[in-house]
Ligand binder design. Structure first.
Ligand code: ATP
Ligand code: MG
Length: 227
């Protein structure tokens, strides 16, 4: 029996085996409640999956990060100590050279060939997906979970629109059932918090409390980051 939904995609969907993995990437420079709340809601929507926070090593689209990889990782570890349902994937930090997401996903795929693997993206990042290095290959490696919010509309380019439409699924069950190639738009509470704003507040001598965990604020103070 073929499933109609399979035929919408260029290739048939492959059934997944083993525990699903969801990748929440970011620079986490520093990690804040916007990231953590969003990750938590994704985790609740796909509760069977392992949710991995994946700090970027050398982001190809930025000149530099403000705190080095070891600090960014240490801040994540501090937060997750009390939240063991999230894990950290360190592979980009351990690898040298620019961290292209397509290479990162390939490396995860090699470890777990048959799992359901998803990459979480904000709507802004998803709108720009066709500027990513070898972006078409992403659908052969993972599903996309696009975090939407009422006030920011999707603005896909002419070449992205058909991909996003044809691969679209309404249910997380389908994401978990298949290995890769689907797109789920998931409404997420977007808190108006950004690492950029937190770094600026610290630099200008303001107190960033309540925007990020106390343990992270303490770490930033102790290591004199972002000044
Ligand atoms: P910067 O200001 O340095 O760009 P950032 O706060 O945007 O940092 P990133 O590390 O770039 O954080 O974001 C990682 C991921 O977290 C992205 O998918 C992004 O869409 C998401 N994200 C960032 N801030 C929020 C927020 N306030 N609410 C929900 N998701 C967020
Ligand atoms: Mg950002």
């Amino acid at each position: 029996m073929t499933n109609h939904a399979h035929q919408q995609n260029q290739r048939p969907l492959k059934p997944a085996q083993g525990r699903a993995v969801v990748i929440f990437g970011g620079t986490f420079d520093p990690v804040h409640y916007g990231h953590l709340r969003a990750a938590s809601e994704v985790k609740e929507a796909l509760s069977e999956a392992e949710l991995r926070l994946l700090p970027s090593g050398t982001p190809p689209h930025r000149d530099h990060t403000f705190a080095n990889a070891q600090h960014r990782l240490a801040m994540l570890e501090l937060v997750l100590k009390n939240h063991p349902d999230f894990t950290i994937d360190q592979r980009e930090i351990l690898r040298n050279g620019p961290s292209y997401m397509v290479d990162t996903l390939k490396s995860i795929r090699q470890e777990s060939p048959d799992i359901s693997l998803s990459l979480v993206l904000g709507q802004d990042a998803a709108n720009d997906l066709d500027r990513w290095h070898r972006w078409q290959e992403l659908f052969e490696l993972c599903h996309l979970i696009v975090m939407t919010r009422p006030e920011s509309a999707s603005a896909y380019s002419a070449q992205l629109t058909p991909q996003m439409q044809q691969r679209s699924t309404q249910t997380q069950q389908r994401l978990l059932a298949y290995q890769h190639g689907l797109v789920l738009h998931l409404p997420i509470t977007q808190l108006a918090i950004s690492s950029t704003d937190i770094r600026q507040q610290i630099q200008q001598g303001y107190n960033p409390r309540f925007l990020l965990p106390v343990s992270v604020i303490e770490y930033i103070k102790n290591h004199q980051l972002y000044r």
